[in-house]
Design a protein around this ligand. Structure first.
Ligand code: C5P
Length: 397
């Protein structure tokens, strides 16, 4: 996929800049031609020499370098590539891109290009969470900029949270997807997956047996068709796929907030097994067993994420897909559920224990649309996902 592709790699100034060297090496291993552009701040973290040695290319740094202009003007440099990748994309670079500033080589190239741009943000968690950066992110996405990461985790600055540069395989998967001529290229698709955990107190929670396998497989199949996938996942057993924007949540309420924050989307697939209730009187500290008899848990209904999104008056995805895990009267219940929730399609399945579907590797679904019920053969969750992704591509392109 990457063989003979031309990638312009803009290396911004952040502690993660050293990871751009690994990215560069892996891209070259897969046959890509990489032209590095190093910002002034980036040069504080990696040397032009390392970049040129690994890329076997000239490293471009200065807008006013006349030799560069004679060899290749900045307009040509920005358009000769198949894809522009910014890794790490700092808060400053994102802000420049958002506002169309062009006061150095990197920002000028980004403004002058007619090619797709993929950014891999990396910064301190507070900088990432700052409303200014989040506003910029929304604008950039609206402008069609592709985004991979950042990941959650411990940061070089000692803090913890979102802000780490996505891992190299995830960036490469995103590059692959951006360069693929998939039918879902340029489409943003939201996928929810896994169970939710609803706290009883700080150490106990209510959960369900969802493994996240089907949602993960769907996200993977959509990425393979070129989609830009936001993957909102509860605490699942299965690791999230690479090449998607992972938003990890615990509760139904957090899942709804993450889904709202990910809007707008061209399509949404709600594969999560969301808890129907949460504990209204959850303890702020661990509930003691010797207090005064057994605790009484009071439940309140969780927001129905699928119904909320399906019934949006504005900004509703063109296609909303839900699941109906049933144990009896599967088709009748799922058909009624489609109408009740207002989604376009429902994938209905029988999750009675004897089917082995819940937590297993196979699924046996019936696709319910406005046109009726269509029985799909029992097949692996991966194959079910591939079939669904193909149907989605047909419906929204
Ligand atoms: O009502 P039920 O839980 O059977 O509906 C299943 C479908 O609704 C699934 O697609 C699930 O992801 C979605 N759902 C949701 N929010 C809830 C409950 C279910 O998005 N609170």
């Amino acid at each position: 996929m990457l063989a003979d592709k031309h990638i312009l790699l803009i290396v911004g100034g952040g502690v993660a800049a050293f990871k751009a060297l690994d990215l560069l090496r892996r891209l070259r291993e897969q046959g890509a031609h990489v032209t590095p552009v190093l910002t002034k701040a980036g040069a504080e973290f990696v040397t032009p020499l390392s970049l040129s040695a690994l890329s076997a290319s000239k490293v471009y740094q200065d807008l006013f370098d006349l030799t560069d202009e004679a060899e290749m003007g900045h307009i040509e440099l920005s358009r000769a590539a198949d894809l522009i990748v910014v890794a790490p994309a700092t808060a400053d670079l994102m802000a420049k891109m958002t506002h169309g500033l062009a006061n150095d080589l990197a920002s000028t190239l980004l403004l002058a290009t007619d090619k797709r741009v993929l950014i891999a943000p990396s910064m301190n968690v507070r900088m990432w969470n700052h409303p200014a950066t989040q506003r910029n992110l929304t604008t950039l996405k609206d402008d069609g900029v592709l985004v991979v990461g950042p990941d959650d985790g411990a940061m070089a600055c000692g803090e913890f949270g979102p802000g780490r540069l996505a891992e190299t395989p995830a960036i490469i998967a995103a590059i692959d997807a951006a360069l693929s001529d998939g039918p879902l290229n340029g489409k943003h698709i939201l996928v929810t997956s896994g169970p939710t955990h609803e706290p009883i107190d700080p150490v106990r929670y209510i959960a369900n047996r969802s493994s996240g396998a089907q949602g993960t497989a769907i996200a993977k199949a959509l990425v393979a068709l070129g989609a830009d996938v936001t993957f909102v996942t509860g605490p699942a057993d299965v690791a999230p796929p690479v090449g998607v924007n992972v938003i990890a949540v615990q509760t139904a309420k957090q899942m709804l907030d993450a889904v709202n924050a990910a809007a707008p989307a061209d399509a949404a697939v709600f594969a999560a097994a969301v808890a129907d209730w949460h504990v209204a009187n959850a303890g702020d500290s661990k509930i003691k067993k010797d207090k005064s008899g057994l605790p009484t848990l009071e439940f309140v209904e969780n927001p129905d994420i699928l119904a909320t999104v399906s019934q949006l008056k504005s900004g509703r995805p063109a296609l909303v897909v839900g699941f109906a895990a049933e144990t009896d009267d599967v088709i009748a219940n799922a058909t009624a559920k489609r109408l009740r929730k207002g989604c376009d399609w429902i994938l209905a399945n029988d999750v009675s224990p004897e089917t082995g579907i819940m937590g297993g590797s196979e699924n046996d679904v019936t696709l319910i649309t406005a046109d009726g019920a269509e029985d799909w053969p029992r097949m692996s969750k991966d194959a079910t996902a591939v079939a669904l992704a193909a149907r989605i591509a047909k419906a929204i392109t």
